[in-house]
Design a protein. Structure first.
Length: 377
């Protein structure tokens, strides 16, 4: 869950992507043409956006963190619906974000400390532009990924219901066994689930959400009870609420028509999930089942790239080879930590083993960070 990350993490080192997005059909600057990406200078107290009137189409932002805190950058539509985001921008570093925006009114937001509502600026998008899905390969990519989302959300509903039933029955052992399994399906599609406002923190928020004025609910609230006190006798309502929220996010995810750039950005976001929470043990801090989430994030990232593969092979075959090699290395390295049908606990890994995992994720993040620019061509 992205809105409450308060840790500056070495594993979240980000690389600057390159490439320019297209102009809109009416000839207006889409944010990437002759003028290049829109510059965003983020500090701990300000978010300076270089242009706030842009043309419709694929828009690129270059976000530079000039503050002392790790920051994030978002583009929001009405109701805080996330159109695009880039996270874990360490002080002194830059990250690029490519996002497809039809005409309308939006907000940009920098989030120093990766928390709160952020420092917001109105963004007006005008004109018209042919959607990226006019390209047959990109249209096929979104359809392929939507099928993947549907398969994962079906399993998410099934396994979450089993988890909820175990919690309501007071079966601690069964609930503990089901906890990382149910979360696997959530973690594979988390970038899609995170589009829809506050559903993500309700389902996947950690205890820090209290600092943002929210109630601590969802998977991690029940996780805390399971592994700290073992008393879930009063968690029935929490479990029911979790199931209700999961059903809502599944319905919305299955109805959502994704942009090819959302697939590309999502593949990178899932690796950021690994770097920001799984490597450090922050995510599943009570159960220490972080490697289940780690594996699921990598699998979800790979699924998004697989959907985009035909288009990437046409546009940048060398990049596809880099991605294949980097994914294989991550899978081999992670595979060392298998334990039966699952994974070792985070607390069972040494510092050297965690560093090795961090290194291979960062190596994969480098070619992944180039995908959005290739898609936006």
């Amino acid at each position: 869950m992205r809105t409450t990350r308060l840790m500056a993490l070495a594993a979240a080192g980000a690389l600057v992507t390159t490439g320019l997005a297209a102009c809109s059909e009416d000839g207006s600057d889409s944010g990437s043409a002759a003028g290049g990406p829109i510059s965003v200078n983020a500090t701990d107290t300000a978010c300076e956006v270089g242009r706030t009137d842009v043309g419709a189409g694929a828009v690129a932002f270059k976000v530079t963190n000039k503050g002392a805190k790790v920051t994030e950058f978002y583009v929001y539509a009405a109701g805080d619906r996330i159109m695009g985001e880039v996270e874990n921008i360490a002080p002194g570093l830059s990250r690029d974000l490519h996002v497809e925006l039809p005409a309308g009114t939006y907000e940009t937001a920098c989030k120093p400390g990766m928390s709160g509502k952020g420092i917001r600026t109105a963004l007006r998008v005008s004109g018209s532009s042919a959607p990226l899905t006019d390209d047959a390969a990109l249209a096929a990519a979104t359809e392929s990924y939507q099928r993947y989302v549907k398969s994962q959300t079906g399993a998410l509903l099934e396994k979450t219901q089993e988890f909820v039933d175990a919690v309501k029955a007071g079966d601690v052992a069964k609930a503990k066994a089901l906890y990382p399994v149910a979360r696997t399906y959530w973690e594979r599609i988390e970038p899609v689930a995170e589009i829809f406002g506050d559903l993500d923190p309700k389902i996947d928020g950690r205890e820090e959400v209290i600092e943002e004025g929210m109630e601590f609910t969802g998977f991690h609230r029940i996780e805390k009870d399971l592994w700290t006190t073992g008393d879930i006798s009063k968690d029935g309502p929490l479990a029911e609420r979790l199931m209700t929220d999961v059903k809502e996010v599944v319905a919305k995810a299955n109805a959502e028509k994704l942009s090819p750039l959302q697939l590309a950005n999502g593949a990178k976001e899932l690796l950021d999930e690994v770097a920001s929470g799984k490597i450090t043990g922050e995510e599943d801090r009570y159960s220490h089942t972080d490697l289940w989430d780690f594996s699921a994030n990598v699998e979800g990232s790979k699924a998004a790239i697989a959907a985009l593969r035909p288009a990437l092979e046409e546009r940048s075959p060398d990049l596809v080879k880099q991605l294949d090699g980097a994914f294989a290395t991550v899978e081999t390295t992670l595979g060392k930590h298998r334990a039966g049908d699952g994974w070792k606990l985070h607390t069972q890994l040494s510092k050297d083993e965690l560093k090795e995992l961090s290194d291979v994720i960062n190596a994969l993040a480098e070619p992944i960070s180039k995908v959005a620019a290739v898609v936006a061509k």
